[in-house]
Design a binder for this molecule. Sequence first.
Ligand code: SAJ
Length: 407
Amino acid sequence: MIINVIGLGYIGLPTALILAACDNNVFGTDYNKVLVSKLNQGEVTFDEVGIKELFEAATRKYIKFSSEYIKTNFYIIAVPTPYDKISKKIDPSYVVKAVNNILDVCEKDSIIVIESTISPGTINKYIRPIINEKNQSINGTINVVHAPERIIPGNMIYELRHNSRTIGADNAKTGEIVKKVYSSFCNGEIIITDIRTAEMTKVVENTFRDINIAFANELAKICASDEMNVYEIIRIANKHPRVNILSPGPGVGGHCISVDPWFLVGDYPGLANIILTARRINDSMPEYVLERIHDIMKEKNMTDLSRIGLYGLTYKENVDDTRESPSLQLIDSIKKHLGSALKSYDPFVKSSIVENQYHNFNLFLDNIDLIVIMVSHDEIKNNIGLLKGKIVFDTKNICNIDGIYKL
Ligand code: SAJ
């Protein structure tokens, strides 16, 4: 059996690689020909701990990359599922397109596993009808399965091997076949359930984290308004055996936690109330950081915006992913309000994606008086000494130096 993995991005590529490394025959498909050609030349297309080694292990076994879909009976889809910014509903078009392309070539008894995050009901609404139609026309038994991914950027390879997994299937037989494939690389518990439960569970997991972070961010605002130290309060509160508050920050980025809760808001307006409020609180954080920058400038008699630098452009530490990044939202907002772009620097962002972006840490520091730490990359954590003499606004609570400003 050859497993055809569709979509070779942040989820599809590591999944394809680990499957191959664990002795499955893998064919990776991506419509992006540039990406495919890079992979075929042995170039790993994004930074992630352990991915280069995994790539080498996979290529010693059986793995091919192409823009074609192949005829087989096991497919895994890991393409993006964006949301419509206005209706807040999921945009299933990439998944639907992948399923249609598979149906054009697959065997009569295929299993199509969807790993992409989808809102509850997406399979029934958009996928099942096209599969049913195909089954009728070829007298086939093609089955769809939802096995949402759970891996966290920065620790993906470890989590692929160790996290528990959910497999949503229509019948036990299909669930067991998929479970067998996933157990070739995953040591975690693999739970078989129905499709709608799997869809909902995935969205619920990310929504839980979003709400918890929103609570921490709201506490940060309350504490700042009345001169209390939010970090000390959370640290002590978390000593309670049943309390686990996450950390406040400059906003929630990435393509998961800042997106998935909107699916519930879009599908259940009027019911998804805490979820909506949490989204709004987290989305307000870049603007809040901007207000705080204003206050600090006033206090320090600073007027020159060009002497302010944002450290970090990615959505979180030690990754190169800038999707929905709070820093980029802040830069946009300053441009809108004040017409100028702040200086910025990120060791993981090698190409220039914003105006006034530096590629050398020391040069960046030489040209600013106020540094706003937006991302806690190891580089800055290990070089706090270099910030001596600067005004520091640390939104990530990574350093404790005299006169520092925090959220
Ligand atoms: N953040 C905070 N405070 C915190 C933790 C995170 O402000 O205490 C911010 C981060 O800085 C970042 C954002 O939240 O901007 C999201 O980062 P994250 O590390 O919490 O999560 P993601 O988006 O990288 O990955 C999440 C994970 N989901 C959960 O932890 C429930 C991952 O397991 C999922 O696979 C992934 O979403 C996904 O693809 O759905």
